[in-house]
Design a protein. Structure first.
Length: 286
C-alpha cells in the first residue's frame, strides 16, 4: 500500500483475511478497495468492521469517516423478477444471490455486471448491466426461454438498456489441432524428441567408446593399473547406459511421430516382407 501497489495489496489482504480473519486486515482491505473505486465492497467491509470493533478502538473514527464519504457514491441495483417466478436462481458476476437480495436494492461496485438467470428446467439467460457512481438502477428480468444442454453450451448476453438480443454460438465438434499443412503438431514434438534422443545417444556412445579406449590402455585382464583406468571404466559404464536409454527414447519418439503422421496426414503406407527382411514405407508430405 505504501508503494502505491494498491491492487496487489488488496489481493494479499483478501487472502490474509480468508486465512486469518482479523479486524485490522479487514480495515486495510476496505481502504484498498476504496482507492480502487470498489466503493460497494469497501462500504460493506467497513460496515462489518464497525459492527465488530470495540467502542473505544482508536480506528473506529477513521472507519466511520470513510463510511460517510462512501455512502453518497454508492451505486444501487434492484432486480425485479417476472410474476410467479419460482425456483429461479439468480447470479451476479457468477455469485448466487440469496432471495433477500431480490426484495430490495443493494449496493454494487460501479462498472459492468453480468446477471445470470436459470430455471430448474434448465432455461437460462444472461443480461449485461452497467451502473455508474451514485446511480440507482432497476433491472426487470424476463423469464428465460433458452434451454441449455451439456452437449452444446450456448452463451446469450443481453444489455439491460436495449431490447434483448440472442447471440448463439454454433456447436463445434472436437477436432485435433493441426497446423497449416494439415499435420498434427504432435508429429513435430515426437519427432524432435526422437532426433534429440538419437543425437544424445550418438554423443554418449562416442564418449563410451573413448572411455573404453582409455581402459584398454590402462587396464589388463579386468585389472586397472592406475586411477585413470578406474575412472575411465566407471565413466564408460555410465556413458554406455545413457547412450542406450537415449537411443531407446529417440527410437520411440521417431516411431510415434511416424504413427501420428500416418494417422493425421495424407500418407500412404506399404509393408514389404521377404526372407530375413521387412520394410515399412510411408509416403506423404509434411
Amino acid at each position: 500500500m505504501k508503494l502505491g501497489e494498491v491492487a496487489e495489496a488488496r489481493n494479499k489482504l483478501e487472502e490474509s483475511y480468508r486465512l486469518d480473519p482479523s479486524l485490522g486486515t479487514l480495515l486495510n482491505l476496505a481502504l484498498c478497495e476504496q482507492r480502487l473505486g470498489r466503493v460497494a465492497a469497501a462500504w460493506t467491509h467497513l460496515h462489518e468492521f464497525v459492527a465488530h470493533v470495540p467502542a473505544d478502538d482508536l480506528r473506529l473514527p477513521l472507519a466511520t469517516r470513510k463510511l460517510t464519504e462512501l455512502e453518497p457514491q454508492l451505486p444501487w441495483l434492484r432486480l425485479v423478477l417476472w410474476p410467479d417466478a419460482s425456483g429461479v436462481t439468480v447470479k451476479l458476476d457468477g455469485v448466487e444471490l440469496p432471495p433477500a437480495r431480490l426484495e430490495a436494492a443493494f449496493p454494487v461496485d460501479p462498472g459492468k455486471h453480468v446477471i445470470a438467470i436459470a430455471l430448474p428446467t434448465h432455461e437460462m439467460e444472461e443480461t449485461l448491466v452497467e451502473v455508474q457512481l451514485a446511480e440507482s438502477r432497476e433491472v426487470r428480468l424476463s423469464k428465460p426461454l433458452r434451454r441449455t444442454t451439456s452437449a452444446a453450451p450456448e452463451h446469450t448476453l443481453t444489455d439491460a438498456r436495449s431490447a434483448p438480443q440472442r447471440i448463439d454460438s454454433p456447436s463445434t465438434a472436437p477436432a485435433v489441432t493441426q497446423n497449416a499443412s494439415g499435420v498434427d503438431p504432435t508429429v513435430y514434438v515426437l519427432g524432435s524428441a526422437g532426433v534429440a534422443g538419437i543425437v544424445t545417444s550418438g554423443i554418449f556412445g562416442f564418449l563410451a567408446w573413448d572411455a573404453k579406449r582409455t581402459v584398454r590402455e590402462h587396464c589388463s585382464e579386468h585389472l586397472c593399473r592406475d586411477q585413470t583406468g578406474i575412472d575411465a571404466a566407471h565413466a564408460g559404464a555410465r556413458y554406455s547406459t545413457i547412450a542406450t536409454v537415449s537411443f531407446v527414447v529417440g527410437s520411440v519418439g521417431l516411431v510415434g511421430a511416424g504413427i501420428v503422421w500416418a494417422r493425421s496426414a495424407n500418407v500412404r503406407t506399404s509393408l514389404a516382407v521377404g526372407p530375413g527382411s521387412a520394410s515399412l514405407s510411408l509416403t506423404g508430405a509434411l
